[in-house]
Design a protein around this ligand. Structure first.
Ligand code: ADP
Length: 682
């Protein structure tokens, strides 16, 4: 076994690899970019070397620099994690030439699977079932269209070099073909510098079921059951679970054996995943093979009791696989969700910023948190905005989902938009509980999953008593907070007993009442105003809010609020950042903007209405001209940011009066992209 390895990655996967390496007594060298000098993986490693500026291409993708660091530090092997250099055949070649072991498959296996179309040809020969389609070299658009017309719509266009759902477009009808092809090619050029396309039949209700395979250098191969990753958005996985609900032993065996055939056909070594589409009738089709450790590998670890990174290290050190196919056992059920800095209610727009407040559920034999960030860390524009993977295990699926729901409620993040709410709704959704899974799940249940405030789903109305609770707690928090600061002031003052230092509603010649104002972002980003009237009682307060009267009292210890609302004890955590009060309850997080009497209220609406860049990025296409009249919804500019395309559309009818950028320009988040005159309506 190795004594020292280098990890050519960052974030949660770098930390994940270090954990196993340390367990085995292997020392770890981290590499990092200038933006990551204080990152968690750097802190966890035994040594760390800066390899360049923030942009990945100048740091994490610098093959020669990374190899040089391996040499200088005496690392015997390189673990590439996923992404970055993990599926880069030239890098594997370079490692080999430098005498450093690559913890992954041989360069030829990566090459064979690097192109989706070449992979399909190999699989055809190995008798692995394929989705009908065209994967030839001739890329004449007319020919691609002809194949699509013959196959019948819908069809799916895929960049053969693609990954992560990018460079893919569904085409529903012949007249959409050309524009879809252009868009897919554009995304592919930007993402992978290669716009070769394949077309295949688009299955309308498939499940994504993938098989984990492992091969050693002694000719042994095994499959470690499957993962169901059907719940996706923009063809990217959101929830992964193992085993796949409803999987029979026969189907598992058939798919597992097909996956092993696929791996053996390319002389595979190490951890790999063969992805299949599973159709409603039980037929399955090869989609692609990922020649690396997958993001979702932990669910397989939790049901098999194996450490896949340990297996990877063993295989790379030329040891045989630790168990044979007969010894693979599956126990219980595991589920993983990916916690992202993003806004699900705004088309999953990635978010960036500082993780000002971050609390994670306690880890134990049921709950695992794989993360690469701590409170105070930055989610930057340079890398994937994943904050963590949350993984749970239990005896069966129902119990595992219950655990997941609970763990999500305990995952508390404030100061940044995240998808934790959305994930909780998804996990709690009846259709998901009933395992009615297919890749269209999120679209199908859109109406239930995307409401903005958690209040709506629980009560059906915002004025319901349950929705009043978090508001009452937010109010109580502000009252206790003010009381604490008055007390602190009194300690420092000469006249501590002065009524001016007490926060008791005492006013000269006035009733002891006080009004607290909050605003809240509701569905469609409209603002909901709340006004709470507070009356001081001997013990606690009487609140009048949204038509309810509530008697509240409680204690505040840092972020922990012990509240009593109408005689009912309720505990919550509260985070306050820049006037935003977030109350974390079992029902989810409720965020309010506290309109402190001394602060100008901030108008969010105006910011949102303008045609500005949602984040730093580059302009991919300008679709309008100066002076052009457009109608509401017209796409005006396409930007690329964080490897995704974002379309900026007109929110009302009007005229474009000026365009500030051209294709190829870099823009900063918040920059005005076009000047626009709305049409007068009377
Ligand atoms: P990527 O490499 O970008 O992840 P994949 O080929 O793995 O692309 O496909 C990603 C997802 O797109 C799949 O999980 C599935 O949901 C969907 N998909 C791919 N091919 C088809 C198809 N032929 N029919 C329906 N859905 C598909």
């Amino acid at each position: 076994m190795f004594n020292k390895i280098l990890i050519a990655n960052r974030g949660e996967i770098a930390c994940r690899v270090i954990r196993t390496a340390h367990k085995l007594g292997i020392r770890c060298v981290a590499v990092y970019s200038e933006a990551d000098a204080n990152a968690m993986h750097v802190a966890m490693a035994d040594e760390a070397v800066c390899v360049g500026p923030a942009a990945s291409k100048d740091s994490y993708l610098k093959m020669d620099t990374i190899l040089q660091v391996a040499k200088e530090t005496g690392a015997q092997a390189i673990h590439p994690g996923y992404g970055f250099l993990s599926e880069n055949a030239p890098f594997v070649q370079k490692c080999q030439e430098a005498g450093v072991a690559f913890i992954g498959p041989p360069a030829d296996a990566i090459r064979a699977m690097g192109s989706k179309s070449a992979a399909k040809r190999i699989m055809e020969e190995a008798n692995v079932p394929l989705v009908p389609g065209y994967h030839g070299d001739d890329q004449d658009p007319a020919l691609l269209k002809k194949h699509s017309d013959e196959m019948g719509y819908p069809v799916l266009l895929k960049a053969t070099a693609g990954g992560g759902g990018k460079g893919m477009r569904v085409v529903w009808a012949p007249d959409e073909f050309t524009s879809a092809l252009d868009a897919a090619k554009r995304e592919a050029i930007n993402g992978f510098a290669d716009d070769t396309m394949l077309v295949e039949k688009y299955l309308t209700k498939p499940r994504h079921v993938e098989i984990q395979v492992f091969c050693d250098q002694h000719g042994n191969s095994v499959y470690l059951a499957e993962r169901d990753c059907s719940v996706q958005r923009r063809h990217q996985k959101v929830v992964e679970e193992a085993p796949a609900p409803g999987m029979s032993d026969e189907l598992r065996k058939a798919m597992g054996e097909a996956a092993v055939r696929a791996a053996e056909a390319i002389g595979y070594v190490g951890a790999g995943t063969v992805e299949f589409l599973l159709d409603e009738d039980g037929s399955f089709y090869f989609m692609e093979m990922n020649t690396r450790l997958q993001v979702e590998h932990p669910v397989t670890e939790l049901i098999t009791g194996q450490d896949l990174v340990e297996w990877q290290l063993a295989v790379a050190a030329n040891q045989p696989l630790p168990i044979s196919q007969d010894e693979v056992q599956i126990k219980g059920h595991a589920v993983e969700v990916r916690i992202y800095a993003e806004d699900p209610d705004n088309d999953f727009l990635p978010a960036t910023g500082k993780l000002e407040y971050l609390r994670t559920p306690e880890e134990n034999r049921h709950v695992r948190v794989d993360t690469g960030v701590r409170e105070g860390d930055e989610v930057s524009i340079y890398y994937d905005p994943m904050i963590a993977k949350l993984i749970v295990w239990d005896e069966n699926r129902d119990r595992a989902l219950q655990r997941m729901s609970q763990a999500l409620a305990e995952y508390r993040i404030a100061g940044m938009k995240t998808n934790t709410h959305f994930l909780k709704r998804l996990i709690d959704h009846k259709a998901f509980r009933d395992a009615e899974l297919d890749t269209g799940f999120i679209e199908k249940h859109e109406a239930d999953l995307f409401e903005n405030t958690p209040t709506d789903s629980q009560t059906g109305s915002r004025a319901g008593s349950q929705s009043a609770n978090p508001l009452a707690m937010a109010t109580l928090y502000t009252l206790l907070k003010q009381q604490q600061s008055r007390q602190a002031e009194a300690i420092h003052s000469h006249d501590g007993t002065s009524p001016w230092h007490q926060f008791s509603g005492w006013r000269l010649n006035e009733e002891p009442t006080h009004v607290v104002r909050f605003s809240q972002e509701g569905t469609d980003q409209e603002k909901i105003e709340h006004e709470v009237t507070v009356n001081w009682l001997d013990h606690g307060y009487r609140l009048t809010l949204d038509g309810h009267i509530m008697i509240v009292d409680g204690k505040l210890n840092d972020d922990r609020l012990h509240a009593n609302v109408n005689g009912h004890n309720r505990n919550a955590f509260v985070a306050e950042l820049n006037g935003h009060v977030t109350v974390f309850t079992d029902q989810g997080a409720f965020e309010y903007q506290w309109q402190r009497p001394d602060l100008d209220s901030h108008d969010f609406e105006e910011e949102k209405a303008s045609l500005t860049a949602p984040m730093n990025g580059s302009i991919v296409a300008v679709l309008v001209e100066q002076g052009q009249k457009v109608t509401k919804g017209t796409a005006m500019v396409i930007m690329e940011a964080m490897k995704m395309e974002h379309t900026i559309t007109a929110s009302v009818d009007g005229t474009v009066t000026e365009i500030f950028f051209q294709t190829g320009d870099l823009v900063e988040g918040g920059a005005d992209l076009v000047a626009f005159e709305a049409e007068e309506t009377d």
